[in-house]
Write a protein of this length. Sequence first.
Length: 80
Amino acid sequence: MWVTRGKPARYSALTMRRHAARPFQVVTLLLACAWLLQGCAVVAVADAAVTVVATGVKITAKAVGAVADAVIPDGDKKQD
């Protein structure tokens, strides 16, 4: 029995069982959330990898284009 404000507080067996089940409910909820969010993590990692590769290809293409423009004459010069 618990004592609150000088009066004994009586808890039923049902109330005590509810409090005893609380940690189990919290752990179950956390595990369920972690399991459901795994898909989001996989998508995020895949998206990051694709973004890195796409950026690398874009930068490489610009560099190759700049080198090609510098090496190959474009024929815009007037010949006298």
